[in-house]
Design a protein around this ligand. Sequence first.
Ligand code: CA
Ligand code: CA
Length: 444
Amino acid sequence: MPLHSRRSFLAGAAALGTLALAGCGGRATEETVTTETAATPTRTRTDPVTETPEPNVVDPEDAENVYYVDPRAGSDSNSGDSLDSAFETLRPVMYDAEFELGAGDVVYLRGGVHKLRGDGSINLSYLTGTEEKPITIQALPGERPVIDVNMKGSNGISMFGSEHIHLRGFELKNVKRNGIACSESNDGPAKSCVFEDLEIHHYGQGDERNGNGISFYGRSFDHFVRRVTAHHGGSKNSSDGFYIGGEGDRLSGDHRFEECVAYLNADDGFDFYRSDPTRGSLVVNCVAYKNGTDGNGTTGDGNGFKMGGGWETGGNRCYRCVAYDNTAYGFDNNGASVANTYDHCTSFRNGTFGFSFTGNTEPDNIARNSLAWLNGEGAVFQAFNVRSERNSWDLDIDDPEFAKTVTGDDFLRLTKGSPCIDAGVDIGEPYLGAAPDLGAFEYT
Ligand SMILES: [Ca+2]
Ligand SMILES: [Ca+2]
């Protein structure tokens, strides 16, 4: 098995599937804005989303140093540099100067349950890789490591001021506060990290607030989160699957989320409460369901995708995302003052409204080719604050004629003859047939 092969642990994402669109090239729309550098960020993200960046994966042949961690057969007195002399824990690379991680280093975690020693959790703060030579901590290909934080320390993995760190292919669980906290340090921002093929669960299990799956806080920029599932956030009113926050003018943004899933978080699925409106984030092919409860009696806001938090927030884009069975809104603008964009999103059976456009943005929010059905109080709240184009509510579609409304194959997919097929407007993204369909999935 090649070391860079992809593995996915995401049963939820797999159940929904992802779009396979061939032979229908997208073209840029007039609103398209490109971000050349961080110095010229967009105000509202409408740039095409179809070209997924591929993070640079360091081949072990090219690595500066390669370390192995084997919780079953390793020892922290080993040299760590081969499978036969693996470390038992991550302590040597965290605390021993001889093994301090630098650009181009790769740490392979073997399968099994990795338990942490002492009081601390995993500290990857102040580590700096480069785009060409990131610092990588990942599963040994073909194996599934489980990091059981076992309620030690505060956050499961701390990444304060870290740059170009890649975390890939493991499970992380039983955390008092955030599963992963990626924030600025006193020395500067955290930036350009990759979080891929992770399952993070049972965070927010302590008494403190702020127990999110992944928290990007303060000046934390340009992270790429792909195929990460965050579930069972147990902190009352504050466990979100994926959170973007900060204070004052020290806000986080310019992230990209793809094929991520958030469910059973006591608060929200994706909460960009203090996202930097000059550094909007992209959320592509993501799913949020059953948020608003942790399934164990703890409750909170219950929005699938919350794209702002009042004045000087917003500027994000959701594309082909799905929200269902959340206790409040499927997609919530939450008073953002900078317009958010919602394209090809499906909002089904949420507690209140499918989409909420609160906040007096100028220009208006954008919603196109989206679909809302069977939400508790209706499809749209504050419909005057959105440039609404060819959505199910604009077209008075009574029934989208979904193939299935229970999870599994064909869940929320359209059936032949659905009024949503080819009912959309060309927004410069790929589609099948004569025109784009409504909702997250093109009829095939
Ligand atoms: Ca929240
Ligand atoms: Ca179509």
